[in-house]
Ligand binder design. Structure first.
Ligand SMILES: Nc1ncnc2c1ncn2[C@@H]1O[C@H](COP(=O)(O)OP(=O)(O)OP(=O)(O)O)[C@@H](O)[C@H]1O
Ligand SMILES: [Mg+2]
Length: 452
């Protein structure tokens, strides 16, 4: 359960997303409200359904980024889907349901991980013991070794080497990881085929379903002790936890704490000035989404889930279509509306420097691999921010994505020239360099200012 206060959530989001305070606050409050609700009596809880959020704002200002960060932050079941995926050819109505199934899948994994963590210590103890038994068998020599010592008085002493490995000592060594690289032979369970569970992947249910019924092949394999330990811990853990309770708890979590983020929701709205074509399927998708947002029950392989208390957060640029172009029933189900702000020079400068994963930091790290020590001067960053805003104003407004294009073109040559076979060299990006590299762009806009 998310125990973070709204302030803490916002503070965490602040590390990655510049500005957009209203959107951050809205999601933070919505998250906290889940927690508050969970503390109420059952009867009251029944009455309170979450207030879904609709985030609206120009392209490239952080809508998806907020969702992404939120997903990392919350320990609640979370899925992010793109509304457009349901309009693709081949998708039929009931596939919208897959987002609920994915949420449950996600919740189950969450619970499983928690339970695994709880039994891990026990499982590891058992695993190390089993490894010791295997090692003991392997180490046992066929005949006891003897050494003969000629003693000073002419007598001969025969020393029988102790072939008994001290199990206690060995176990301790195994626990300490001293044997990790040792290769041992043991039975491993072979999965019928690689099964990957990717949220949003339609195959998920089929492959994991198959994984459950196909016979498991046991094969004798030579593997390292470290690998063996991982295998055994997994097996043991699965044995130690009660899967039925995991499923139950998973369903409960998805139901009570689940969050579904529907991105690009504007793409399934029907703009009032468009006609015919794919619009039919768009409205269809809206109608398909509606029951889940309104609250219904869905059958999953883990059990039946009610969707009434799932929190939905939708986001879209709403450039062409307006929020009002969504079918009214759907609009009504997203009572909290937050607008994200257009980003300007000031924010761009901060985006370039402040976030933990700032693009300038990323580029510097990348080039460090090739022995380039990349440094941006203050002035240069300010100039990049200024040009970014100018380009967004005069060209298409693509928000913070503009920074990516500028940085890319700025570093193109350096990136190309860099190679690991030269000593570490410092490259300083100055304002003059930025202006020279982006000369064409800058000139054009400064001129256009006067023409207009
Ligand atoms: N406010 C912000 N702070 C930091 N980085 C940002 C911000 N806004 C956008 N970015 C960066 O710009 C890129 C695009 O942002 P994002 O994917 O969130 O756009 P979006 O609002 O979802 O746009 P779209 O409507 O086109 O989907 C990301 O790499 C993100 O890191
Ligand atoms: Mg987006």
């Amino acid at each position: 359960m998310e125990l973070m206060t709204p302030k803490e959530i916002v503070a965490e989001l602040d590390k990655y997303i510049i500005g957009q305070d209203r959107a951050k606050r809205a999601v933070a409050v919505a998250l906290r409200n889940r927690y508050r609700r969970s503390k109420l009596s059952e009867a009251l809880r029944e009455e309170i359904t979450p207030k879904n959020i609709l985030m609206k704002g120009p392209t490239g200002v952080g809508k998806t980024e907020i969702a992404r960060r939120l997903a990392k932050l919350v320990k609640a079941p979370f899925v992010k889907v793109e509304a457009t995926k349901y309009t693709e050819v081949g998708y039929v109505g009931r596939d919208v349901e897959s987002m609920i199934r994915d949420l449950v899948e996600n919740a189950i994994r969450l619970v499983k991980d928690e339970k695994f963590e709880q039994v891990k210590a026990t499982a590891t103890v058992n695993a190390n013991k089993r490894i010791r038994d295997i090692l003991m068998k392997k180490q046992k020599p066929n005949a006891p070794k003897t050494t003969t010592n000629n003693l000073a008085d002419g007598a001969v002493e025969v020393v029988v080497e102790d072939d008994k490995i001290n199990p206690e000592v060995l176990l301790k060594e195994i626990e300490e990881g001293k044997w990790d690289k040792e290769i041992i032979e043991m039975e491993v369970i072979e999965a019928p085929r690689a099964i990957e569970i990717i949220p949003g992947n339609q195959d998920t249910n089929i492959s994991s379903f198959l994984g459950g019924i196909l016979p498991k092949n046991r094969k004798l394999r030579k593997i390292s002790v470290a690998q063996a330990r991982r295998n055994i811990v997994n097996e043991e853990s699965a044995r130690l936890i009660d899967m039925d309770s995991v499923n139950e708890e998973g369903i409960r979590r998805a139901e009570q704490e689940g969050i579904i983020f529907i991105d690009e929701i504007d793409k399934i709205a029907i703009s009032s000035n468009a006609h015919g074509g794919p619009d039919v399927s768009r409205e269809g998708v809206q109608r398909d989404i509606l029951p889940f947002v309104e609250g219904c029950t869905v059958n999953t392989k883990y059990g039946i889930i009610r969707t009434d208390y799932i929190l939905f957060i939708a986001a879209g640029a709403f450039h062409i279509a307006k929020v009002e172009d969504l079918i009214p029933e759907l609009q009504g189900r997203f009572p909290i509306r937050v607008e994200l702000d257009n980003l300007t020079e000031k924010e761009f400068y901060r985006i370039l420097t402040q976030p933990k994963n700032a693009i300038t930091k990323q580029q510097a790290e990348l080039l460090k691999v090739d022995n380039i020590d990349l440094v941006f001067e203050e002035d240069a960053l300010k100039e990049i921010a200024r040009i970014a805003e100018m380009e967004n104003e005069n060209n298409e407004n693509i928000g913070a994505r503009r920074l990516h294009t500028i940085i890319e073109s700025l570093l193109q040559d350096i990136s190309f020239e860099a190679g690991a076979d030269h000593p570490m060299s410092k490259v300083v990006i100055t304002k003059a360099f930025v202006q020279k590299e982006l000369e064409q762009t800058v000139k054009k806009y400064d001129l256009s200012k006067y023409i207009m």
